[in-house]
Design a protein around this ligand. Structure first.
Ligand SMILES: [Zn+2]
Length: 286
């Protein structure tokens, strides 16, 4: 597509068939989206295979015994060294996810902590499924970094599903809360966090195009590609907005005290009356 303003070639992408959310994107953005989709498909396939195996071998667990997806965290996170939360993602392959900080706790102790936490809710762990994040470029070593032009923090598998170098990314930080859009497909909503952020470096043919560092800030399926300065501005806004949001939530709590359910009998009568009204209009139109 050609930009009508300046005649330059640009890429556009849309997640809706009707292109209602058409947005200009960089080549790096598009490559990243393709890689993400590919990973997601791989994951769904692995879960489907696992479920098929469990179904045919009769290893499905009783209702109060669950699989827990566990992985080490690349960065420190607040709270305890281990965190566990329920997931709506692709159940019954796993019903809970957990992360642990390898700098503070061993994998074995993290598993024990998760078992203890879930036991308080009368839930037993059938097995732990591992989902560690990809290695960073620093963990792969200087040879890898030189070969793919990576920065230390990059975690992309350039030799694998993430494709050729030219763009580099950290592991996204993301909210546990999933996308709030009332998406008709819960699996899609479950795979997208409400908010996420990562550092992306674009160094495609750097002699010609230079090197740029951006913060990709995701809101559901929408991504803002921000300069570090813009990202800091967003952070400042977010801090101020949190206080205002708290006031809104407090007010909603107070107003919601007067909420009530409708009378099911009156509801039934109202629906029947509505059906008769529609029927009368339909028949009148014949
Ligand atoms: Zn890289």
């Amino acid at each position: 597509m050609t930009d009508l303003d300046n005649g330059e070639k640009m890429l556009v992408a849309s997640t809706w068939e009707g292109q209602g959310d058409l947005q200009e994107v960089s080549a790096a953005h598009l490559l990243a989206k393709v890689a993400e989709q590919r990973k997601q498909l791989d994951r769904i396939e692995a879960l489907a295979n696992g479920y098929a195996t469990a179904a045919t071998t009769g290893t499905a667990q009783p209702a109060n015994s669950v699989n827990v997806l566990i992985g080490r965290s690349l960065s420190a996170f607040p709270g305890g060294p281990t965190e566990v939360w329920a997931t709506t993602d692709m159940a019954p392959a796993h019903s809970y996810e957990a992360i642990y900080d390898p700098a503070r706790i061993s994998r074995a102790d993290a598993e024990t902590a998760v078992r203890t936490t879930l036991a308080e809710y009368s839930v037993q762990v059938a097995q732990f499924l591992t989902e560690d994040p990809p290695l960073t470029a620093a963990e792969r070593g200087p040879e890898w970094m030189a070969r793919y032009g990576c920065n230390r923090e990059c975690q992309l598998v350039h030799a694998g599903p993430d494709g050729e170098p030219g763009w580099h990314s950290t592991v996204p930080v993301e909210t546990k809360l999933r996308d709030l859009d009332p998406d008709p497909d819960p699996r899609v909503a479950a795979t997208n966090p409400w908010l996420a952020a990562r550092v992306v470096v674009d160094n495609f043919r750097p002699q010609a195009y230079g090197r740029t560092t951006k913060v990709w800030l995701d809101y559901g399926t929408t991504t803002g590609e921000l300069t570090p300065a813009q990202a800091r501005e967003a952070l400042t806004e977010l801090r101020g907005f949190a206080a205002e949001l708290e006031a809104v939530v407090d007010l909603a709590d107070a107003i919601a005290v007067d909420d009530f359910e409708g009378d099911p009998e009156i509801l039934r009568l109202d629906r029947e009356a509505e059906d008769r009204r529609i029927q009368a209009i339909t028949e009148g139109a014949k």
